[in-house]
Design a protein around this ligand. Structure first.
Ligand SMILES: O=C(O)CCC(=O)N[C@@H](CCC(=O)O)C(=O)O
Ligand SMILES: [Zn+2]
Length: 343
């Protein structure tokens, strides 16, 4: 058997139905461990302090969003081969392995709608009801893993949930900043995003059931859903588009401190969410082309979507659309609209 950490992705895809705990050491200073499929933790032997971070990098929460999965797989290999000296506690999560296997967004339901920050704290191996959907079982398992990971009192907690978008986008890379309930946005995090090449930020204005909102709300993590471009199959991503992202993630994992561009020099474009439009009827229709890019803007009053008894129109000049999808389950978000915002 090949060493699992040289290609943890292939290993996870092959063995997720019969997982056995994996653990070991890298040199004398880093311990690694994986007790559930596709979740791997690196723990340096240093004492947790204000300088050591607790970092979660998740990917593949949607099984067909492959670029972030390839990025994370490569980072794991580099840590394993001591090309990155892991200074912080880092957890990698390959979210939806069965969906990756069939190259689909999900198997039974959208995993990124199943994270509940108000659920009981669950850092224990509870029995998970097998009658649930594949994704409900996985969401429970991932919430338990996160609970077991974010235990140190000191040091920043960070969670970047890496995705790619279904549509092309006028602003290719962008991040959703989960609703902070009045807490202050973190400038250093925005500078980090910008240096990763993620120069568009959407400020969410309400609670959601996404993975990034979960870790932000429940554990006070600096969390983002990060969109790194458009969905392509495994092996078809232009990895040269992620050079900055890779470099910044390597620094994040491998250094105690590193510098970022100052805020004033970051070419950030910030939007705030204006409308969260949910599909509640089967006839929900979008009133624009299927391939219209994210961040395309509309004039005030223009019809964006409709369903029986309801019309959804742009409320502002240049209100832009993000994540339009008429094929979501009833009750789920089918469209966001955003408007520019000055931080
Ligand atoms: O391109 C799309 O329509 C979806 C891309 C995607 O999976 N986006 C995330 C965003 C999560 C968030 O709002 O924080 C999702 O829809 O789950
Ligand atoms: Zn996604």
């Amino acid at each position: 058997m090949t060493t699992p950490l040289n290609d943890f992705l292939s290993f996870s895809l092959e063995h997720y139905t019969n997982w056995h705990e994996i653990s070991g050491n890298i040199g004398t200073s880093i311990r690694y461990n994986s007790d559930v499929p596709g979740v791997l933790t690196f723990m340096p032997n240093n004492t947790p302090s204000a300088h050591t971070k607790q970092i979660i990098l998740s990917c593949g929460v949607h099984g067909n969003e492959t670029a972030p999965i390839e990025i994370c797989n490569a980072l794991i290999k580099q840590i394993y081969n001591q090309e990155i000296d892991c200074k912080h506690k880092v957890m990698f999560i390959f979210g939806n392995l069965p969906a990756m296997k069939i190259a689909k967004r999900f198997v039974d339901e959208n995993l990124n709608r199943l994270f509940d920050p108000n659920a009981e704290n669950s850092c224990s191996h509870q029995q998970i009801d097998e009658a649930y959907s594949i994704e409900k079982v996985r969401a429970e398992e991932l919430m338990q893993q996160v609970a077991c990971f974010f235990t140190d009192a000191e040091g920043d907690r960070i969670h970047y949930d890496l995705h790619t978008a279904i549509r092309p986008s006028k602003n290719e890379k962008f991040a959703v900043y989960p609703y902070l309930h009045g807490k202050t946005y973190c400038k250093e995090q925005l500078q980090f995003m910008s240096d990763c090449g993620v120069n568009t930020i959407l400020l969410s204005q309400s609670p959601t059931t996404t993975f990034s909102y979960f870790s932000s709300r429940k554990y006070g993590a600096h969390s983002f859903t990060v969109e790194l471009g458009k969905v392509y199959p495994f092996g078809k991503n232009d990895m040269s588009k992620f050079t900055d992202m890779n470099l910044m993630l390597k620094q994040l994992i491998g250094m105690y401190e590193f510098s970022t561009s100052c805020f004033e020099d970051c070419p950030l474009e910030v939007f705030t969410v204006n409308q969260v439009i949910n599909k509640t009827k089967d006839d929900f229709t979008l009133h624009f082309d299927d391939d219209l890019a994210n961040f395309s803007s509309f004039q005030r009053g223009q019809l964006l979507a409709s369903e029986q008894g309801k019309e959804f129109r742009a409320e502002y000049e240049d209100e832009a659309i993000v994540f339009p999808n008429a094929n979501v389950a009833l009750g789920q978000r089918a469209l966001l609209t955003v408007v520019p915002y000055a931080l």
